[in-house]
Design a protein around this ligand. Structure first.
Ligand SMILES: [Zn+2]
Length: 215
């Protein structure tokens, strides 16, 4: 996957206590390719979302911003939920499991309108989750997670938040039916920004979950 550029907003005139850092993933066709739709390109971008201290926190905690994300020592990025309106704390995670029949699973995933196939060859088929309807803006179509089906029948799912992973697993439960057993979710470290120094720091998933709970 190409085009994973991020903008270092912290170096700009942005106060982390006055809003959120939000990470977006877009997909857009690549007009220079023989087939502009396949593979197309994925673009990662960061935006700043200003908010007042007394506003409800965008992370979904239900608390006020000043009592929640503003009170943290670290700037913990958000990412948009699959509805495109609300947000969740970034919590990168993945699952991997083996399917019984690769051809059947591949065909069902190809036919699912919520998914867009961005690569398909002998080694792997790859889809991004768009949802239904897909949400477009000036940068492209919003993406909410990835599904890869490898040649060895391993299905690999990656998502950047708990809600996105739940959405992808619900889709797979639809698609796989009886074959689907709830797989074990592996949480990855999340990159946060120290509000005092502006340094990017990798926080282990348990620590970031604790952070989220403490608010
Ligand atoms: Zn919050």
């Amino acid at each position: 996957m190409s085009g994973n550029k991020t903008i270092d907003l912290y170096k700009g005139p942005v106060d982390p206590n006055s809003g959120y850092l939000c990470m977006w993933m877009h997909w857009r066709p690549n007009p220079d390719d023989p087939d502009p739709q396949l593979p197309g390109q994925k673009l990662s971008m960061a935006t700043f979302i200003p908010v007042k201290p007394e506003d409800r926190c965008l992370c979904g905690s239900g608390k006020q911003f000043r009592e929640c994300c503003r009170a943290r020592a670290y700037w913990h990025p958000l990412c948009p939920n699959p509805d495109g309106k609300n947000f969740s704390l970034m919590a990168p995670q993945s699952v991997a499991f083996k399917v019984a029949d690769r051809a059947i699973v591949r065909e069902r995933l190809m036919n699912d309108v919520r998914l867009q196939c961005t690569a398909d060859d002998a080694d792997s088929a790859f889809w991004v989750y768009w949802g239904d309807p897909a949400l477009d803006n000036q940068h492209g179509t919003l993406c909410f997670g990835d599904i890869e089906l490898k040649r060895n029948r391993i299905l690999h799912v990656t998502a950047m938040s708990d809600l996105r992973m739940q959405t992808l697993l619900a889709l797979l439960r639809d698609v796989l039916g009886d074959e689907f057993e709830s797989p074990k979710i592996r949480h990855e470290p999340v990159t946060v920004i120290d509000k005092k120094t502006g340094r990017h720091i990798q926080v282990q998933p348990t620590a970031s979950a604790e952070n989220a709970k403490r608010g």
